[in-house]
Design a binder for this molecule. Structure first.
Ligand SMILES: NC(=O)c1ccc[n+]([C@@H]2O[C@H](COP(=O)([O-])OP(=O)(O)OC[C@H]3O[C@@H](n4cnc5c(N)ncnc54)[C@H](O)[C@@H]3O)[C@@H](O)[C@H]2O)c1
Length: 347
């Protein structure tokens, strides 16, 4: 039984729901400074607390951080130093300097860090993984990802959102980070970017719109279109590989769901692709799928858990995108320690 303390009762409530369906986990503590949030999460055998220190001192195996972004890296390091594994909501950190410090704490303590990228876990993305595993996709050639969501004044009524101090970034940090993780994980690592960002929809400090161009390792080229001013929430992925073109549905927060198309470039190969998909039995999706892989990792089983390095890659990409927008230049990755945004991208 893996004992968990969940910090933060916003999206944390959905994490708790997912833990409840997984017998290998037991949530033993929930922490929130907001008493009304805690009251909603009250349940037998769960200790409710207002102070994060209570979780750091508690006998739990995992601290699951669902707090605002400016608290993530500090509490991740404190949790590692108190001997816990860490699950941390996105963004794992808000600078590469913080990522380096988390990496050092992880190494020193021998504990694990699992950045939350639950969009990876859904049936169609599992089919795509199976096609890749069977060697049927070939190399990535092109991709277009869209994060076209609708966020207005009610969303930004929460004080930390839309601010540099609290959210520490806008749509590329808080929203498109998922689509960009899927791009890097299912296509290829990003080796360079150009970008334009804008604040076009809401009256906030940070960006709510962006257009980004990526060069992928191996030469593939990709684009990302981002707005928080769409009529409704839609996420769309189009991945063109050498042998297969993959088009997602538009399910916003679980893009692996819905009706996807997997089309072979050579029509004679279509039946092979269809049969690999038909033979694949989907496992758990969303937070449940994410957490199941975490449990396998913690208990030493083969797993597809999201790794610390994946969270680190997402922070490097955000750093590069801010640099590309501000400089107007093409920015290559990896970002070195002497880079001007190493300590953070806050203007
Ligand atoms: N993976 C996803 O799809 C997803 C979706 C939504 C949010 N998130 C991320 O989850 C994190 C939280 O977002 P949210 O929407 O749940 O925010 P939220 O503001 O709704 O919830 C955060 C909670 O943390 C509590 N809190 C803040 N500071 C605290 C402190 N010092 N001690 C104790 N409690 C404290 C607040 O009272 C609040 O209830 C953010 O990093 C966000 O980016 C991820």
């Amino acid at each position: 039984m893996i004992r968990v303390a969940v910090l933060g009762g916003g999206i944390g409530a959905q994490h708790i729901e997912a833990y409840r369906a997984l017998p290998e986990f037991k949530v033993t503590m929930v922490v929130d400074q907001d008493q009304s949030r805690l009251a909603h999460l009250a349940a037998d055998e769960i200790v409710l607390a207002n102070d994060v220190q209570m979780a750091l001192d508690a006998e739990v195996d995992v601290i699951d951080i669902c707090l605002p972004p400016h608290l993530h890296s500090k509490i991740t390091i404190e949790a590692l130093q108190s001997g816990k594994h860490v699950i941390c909501e996105k963004p794992l950190a808000t600078s590469l300097a913080q990522i380096r410090a988390i990496g050092q704490a992880k190494k020193a303590t021998g504990r694990s860090v699992f950045p939350v990228f639950q969009y990876r876990f859904g049936p169609n993305l599992q089919f795509l993984q199976a096609l890749k595993g069977a060697g049927l996709t070939g190399v990535p050639r092109a991709a277009a990802v869209e994060t076209h969501w609708n966020r207005g004044a009610d969303y930004y009524a929460v004080p930390w959102r839309g601010t540099w101090a609290g959210e520490q970034g806008g749509a590329i940090v808080g929203h498109a980070i998922h689509a960009h993780d899927l791009l890097m994980n299912f296509m290829a690592p990003v080796v360079g970017v150009a970008a334009r960002l804008g604040t076009l929809v809401n009256s906030i400090e940070t960006e709510d719109s962006a257009a980004v161009i990526f060069e992928l390792s191996g030469g593939g080229l990709a684009t990302s279109s981002i707005t928080l001013g769409a009529a409704r929430d839609e996420t769309r992925l189009r991945f063109v590989y050498e042998h297969v073109t993959v088009t997602s549905d538009t399910t916003p927060y679980a893009p692996g769901e819905g009706n996807w198309q997997f089309v072979a470039r050579d029509p004679k190969k279509q039946s092979l692709i269809d049969s690999v998909i038909a033979d694949n039995v989907p496992s758990l999706a969303g937070f449940s799928g994410f957490l199941r892989e975490v449990s396998k990792s913690i208990t030493g089983q083969p797993n597809q858990a999201v790794a610390f390095d994946d969270g680190a890659d997402s922070i490097a990409l955000i750093t590069a995108i801010y640099e590309a927008h501000r400089s107007g230049a093409w920015v290559s990755l990896p970002i070195s320690i002497d880079h001007s945004l190493w300590e953070g991208w806050e203007p």
